[in-house]
Write a protein that binds this ligand. Structure first.
Ligand code: SAH
Ligand code: MG
Length: 210
């Protein structure tokens, strides 16, 4: 019999997404650290897609009695649309021809039996942020990677991180040859505005509010 942690890790591996295995495991480890520091806390990820990162983080949230809000409008980012690099025709909703990852996300969270721990927030990031008043122990930014969207997420959500709280950012590429600029730019902005780096695994960066 494998443990619950092993089962969820194996499930996360199978979910569609853009999170390399080692970075997913790092999410779980970082989540465990945050959760043991702030048991019962509130976490939020911007960018849910099909629930892959939500399972890696959800595992740690469950172990430490925390709740993870997993936010997405579920219609994909620019780079996920038809004709772009990360387009997946299996995610098109036949009813309206639009990309819709919500049913996939729901199935993932149900299969993982994380429905009491991982709570979906469906809608535009900035709109939800402007009506969200809960201080966050952990914020994971992995939403749209365009200039405007990434900066909008940074400005809308980082104020919610409590003192000593953690900010995780995905797809941070110091070398432009490896990927787009905006996640790297908001990472630099966070370092210049009260956050310090705690860990780096692949393109994942973990910072803590001083
Ligand atoms: N964290 C996920 C991957 C997220 S992909 C994982 O590792 O499994 C980025 C997601 O951000 C896409 O699903 C897209 O729909 C969402 N997104 C982009 N811009 C958004 C916005 N303005 N509001 C809400 N979600 C957005
Ligand atoms: Mg990403």
């Amino acid at each position: 019999m494998s443990t619950r942690a092993e089962q969820l890790r194996a499930l996360a591996r199978e979910v569609k997404g853009f999170m390399p295995d080692d970075e997913g495991d790092a999410l779980t480890q970082l989540g465990r650290e945050v959760g043991s520091q702030f048991p019962g806390g509130s976490w939020l990820e911007v960018g849910a897609w099909c629930g892959k990162s939500a399972v890696y983080l959800g595992l740690a949230a469950e172990e430490t009695g925390c709740v993870l809000y997993s936010l997405d409008h579920h219609h994909g980012s620019e780079e996920n649309q038809s004709g772009w690099e990360h387009f997946d025709p299996d995610l098109i909703d036949a009813a309206d021809g639009r990309l819709n990852t919500l049913p996939h996300w729901q199935r993932t969270i149900a299969r993982a039996q994380l429905e009491d721990t991982v709570v979906g927030l469906v809608g535009p990031s900035v709109t939800i942020a402007s009506h969200f008043a809960t201080p966050l122990d952990l914020l994971f930014i992995d939403g749209g990677h365009g200039h405007e969207v990434a900066w909008a997420d940074y400005y809308a959500w980082t104020p919610a991180v409590r003192d000593g709280g953690w900010l995780l950012i995905h797809d941070v590429f110091p070398d432009p040859a490896d990927g787009g600029r905006p996640p790297y730019e908001i990472y630099l902005a966070a370092l210049a505005n009260g956050f310090s780096e705690v860990a780096a695994v692949g393109s994942l960066r973990a910072l803590r509010r001083d």
